[in-house]
Design a protein around this ligand. Structure first.
Ligand code: UFG
Length: 326
């Protein structure tokens, strides 16, 4: 019921699927469930539980007659993963082992795994395609890669498995209702939630981490993808897996990249607000630029992004306005 899970749940329900959410609420809020229900006008099943509680998870899978799992139960702050690596390995790697064991015990073998473009590390070439070497530079990225490798081994050992590992680029934006969006606990690290806090007056200005990169305006460039496009990617992968056993990797990105200043300008336009900013030093570990080659998802899943940077900023602004009033 976190950021990506809540948007994906809405889309799945609207596509006619029945959804049951399992979440320990460590980085999400129980009120999101009520919001998902408001958007979809449907009751959504929910169990509060930790992904490492294998027995509880297996019981839910059996009792709810689940036939496929989307695994988004991961800690995801890159900086924090270097400060608390064991917590990250325990939640992200051990949690994934627990989920697979629960699925085995419940007789399930269809899984969509939330991976990340961060598995690639420093670009050897751009855009990253799925065959680009993987050399993550932080514990969070290594967690994602280890789980991918484990899933590949699993699919070789047992051909019943149907697994899609989705390497997300930079998910941003919110549902068009303005009822759900990214709502991180504590001080945000990522660009869009920080911009949100600046326009809401919680932060005085956006600190731009480096304006001396070798990019047209000197700020870092990323492949921003609307979270509802990302949700569509999960649905497309689930559908495709019905006819395709094995373990498959897909980039989910737009194939384009925008700078921090591009995002800021689009957000100013969408919101009619001016966003104060200042350039500060580079953030350790940041790359100048990366973006996806998303041809594989287009060819096999029939999926590509539909929403522009303006759509992204308009939806994010709606969510911010809505959160301010609630
Ligand atoms: N940035 C700023 N100021 C901020 C925050 C970010 O200038 O306050 C800049 C960054 O330097 C970077 C860009 O905005 O150039 C995007 O930064 P984010 O922190 O939003 O995103 P990252 O590209 O660093 O990382 C994100 C996710 C990771 C994921 C990765 C995958 O946070 O979990 O994308 O590509 F692994």
């Amino acid at each position: 019921m976190g950021y990506i899970g809540s948007h994906t749940a809405v889309l799945l329900v609207q596509a006619g699927h029945q959804v049951h959410i399992y979440d320990n609420l460590c980085n999400s809020n129980a009120s999101t469930l009520e919001r998902i229900q408001r958007i979809t006008s449907r009751d959504i099943g929910f169990t509060e539980g930790d992904v490492r509680n294998t027995e509880k998870l297996a019981d839910v899978l059996r009792n709810e007659k689940i036939d496929a799992v989307i695994h988004l139960a991961g800690l995801k702050a890159v900086g924090e993963s270097s400060q608390k690596p064991i917590e990250y390995y325990a939640n992200n790697v051990q949690g994934s082992i627990s989920l697979i064991q629960a699925m085995q015990s419940a007789g399930l073998s269809t899984l969509v795994f939330s991976s990340s473009a961060t598995v690639y590390g420093d670009p050897v070439y751009l855009p990253y395609d799925e065959d680009h070497p993987t050399k993550p530079t932080n514990p969070y990225g290594r967690n994602k890669l280890q789980v991918e490798e484990m899933l590949r081994d699993l699919s070789v050992s047992d051909q019943a498995w149907r697994i899609a590992c989705l390497r997300y680029f930079n998910p941003v934006g919110a549902h068009e209702s303005g009822l759900i969006g990214e709502d991180p606990n504590g001080i945000p690290n990522n660009l869009m939630p920080v911009i949100g806090q600046v326009v809401s007056g919680k932060l005085a200005a956006l600190n731009i981490f480096g304006d001396d990169y070798d990019t047209p305006d000197g700020t870092g460039k990323r492949d921003y993808i609307h979270v509802m496009d990302l949700a569509e990617g999960h649905l497309a992968a689930l559908t495709w897996l019905e006819a395709n056993p094995g373990c498959h990797i897909f980039n989910l990105g737009s194939g384009d990249s925008f700078s921090v200043l591009d995002l800021l300008r689009h957000f100013e336009e969408a919101s009619g607000q001016s966003i104060p900013y200042q350039a500060v030093g580079r953030r350790p570990g940041d790359l100048p630029e990366y973006y996806a080659k998303a041809d594989k998802a287009a060819k096999l899943l029939g999926w590509k992004t539909k929403q522009s940077l303006s759509d992204i900023c308009e939806s994010a602004w709606l969510w911010i306005k809505h959160s301010q009033n609630n």
